[in-house]
Design a binder for this molecule. Structure first.
Ligand code: NAD
Length: 333
């Protein structure tokens, strides 16, 4: 396969580096309207071909697929044009800027028989894959709550708020691990810069059976925290992405509830067993992500993080935005 990569700013070079290590990608074409970015990528990777306009990528019949690594407000137009020129697409998160755009891209890809994949990178991290495996084996029991803190100082984005930037990760991870649709959400946020883009947000999501999720998303934190806490009826997990080793800790802790109706009271017994930290594979998430994209194109099948998954995340991002706009109103999903 030959891959065109559009957008070589902060994230694009990571996609280029990983595409070049994929044995099924023969040629990589890099595109950016900024000539400095093109020069930098050519200096780092002399084997890539560089072009300064997307038309050249779309018109090139040698190119089978296009990765779109530009700001989100450009995703829809670039994705649509790529599909119209018969290219499979790999779109950076968040997929597009609205539910309508997502639905249109998915329908167009279906009509053209082309693959649409969204780079929800965290789904490909060894840590998240392990959590999913542990949960799917039933080791956590029923999930009671999912709590995520994703805070740091910046990076402030020019075109999207903290929800569309950091929250896109949490929604994709949550959807992947829990695997069930939420019932409703509500959110509050604040913009301290005055440009209409929230830099702090708190999102509350509810599912069936008392499962609740909460995200704290923040670009105004003095310290960087990337922590997810998942409590199940059997075991609990703490995932600290800042840790270099032992990112995941699984605790055999919880409560057992004994109802004694005759005594008209409920007894709570605390369980405090062992903690272990499972070994994680040592693979870069983007490498696995690109392997999945290539495999889905070759095998003509839906990728793990398909356009549909991207749409589900965009629905939740849009609902969060709506709730914040209306002072935390409940948005049914
Ligand atoms: N998966 C992740 O963990 C992750 C991390 C960071 C960023 N991202 C995503 O990657 C995308 C890009 O983010 P970024 O931080 O690299 O942005 P950026 O602004 O640093 O870079 C974007 C680049 O795209 C180029 N560009 C814009 N429009 C273009 C066009 N029409 N044709 C050619 N080039 C064009 C710009 O010149 C720029 O060099 C966003 O969707 C962002 O959410 C994902």
């Amino acid at each position: 396969m030959n891959l065109g990569i559009i957008g070589l700013g902060y994230w694009g070079p990571n996609i280029v580096r990983n595409a070049l290590t994929n044995k099924d990608i023969n040629k990589v074409f890099c595109c950016d309207t900024d000539k400095d970015q093109l020069a930098k990528i050519k200096t780092s990777y002399s084997q890539v071909e560089t072009v300064d306009n997307v038309e050249t990528i779309f018109q090139n019949e040698e190119i089978d697929a296009v990765a779109i690594v530009t700001p989100v407000n450009t995703h829809y137009a670039l994705a649509k044009a790529a599909l119209e020129h018969g290219k499979h697409i790999l779109v950076e998160k968040p997929f597009v800027a609205s539910v309508e755009e997502a639905e249109e891209i998915i329908a167009l890809a279906k009509e053209k028989n082309l693959i649409t994949m969204v780079d929800h990178t965290f789904v490909y991290t060894p840590a998240i894959k392990k959590i999913k495996e542990v949960h799917d084996k039933g080791e956590l029991g029923d999930i009671h709550y999912y709590d995520s803190v994703r805070v740091s100082l910046g990076l402030f984005q020019r075109d999207v708020n903290v929800i569309w930037d950091l929250g896109a990760h949490d929604f994709s991870i949550m959807n992947y691990i829990i695997g069930k649709p939420p019932k409703f959400l509500k959110a509050m946020g604040a913009d301290h810069v005055g440009k209409g883009l929230e830099d702090v947000a708190y999102v509350h999501i509810e599912f069936e059976n008392q499962l609740i999720a909460h995200f704290h998303l923040n670009w105004l934190s003095p310290v960087k925290i990337r922590k997810i806490l998942i409590a199940g009826s059997k075991q609990m997990i703490v995932y600290d992405d800042i840790e270099s080793s032992e990112k995941i800790k699984i605790y055999d802790k919880g409560i057992d509830v004994n109802s004694k109706e005759d005594e008209h009271k409920t007894l709570i017994q605390y369980r405090s067993g062992n903690m272990y930290s499972p070994a994680l594979e040592n693979t870069e998430a983007l490498r696995s992500m690109i392997e999945e994209f290539v495999a889905s194109v070759q095998e003509k099948r839906e990728p793990l993080t398909s356009g549909q998954n991207g749409l589900e995340v965009v629905k939740l991002l849009q609902a969060t935005q709506q709730s914040i706009k209306n002072n935390g109103e409940i948005v049914h999903l």
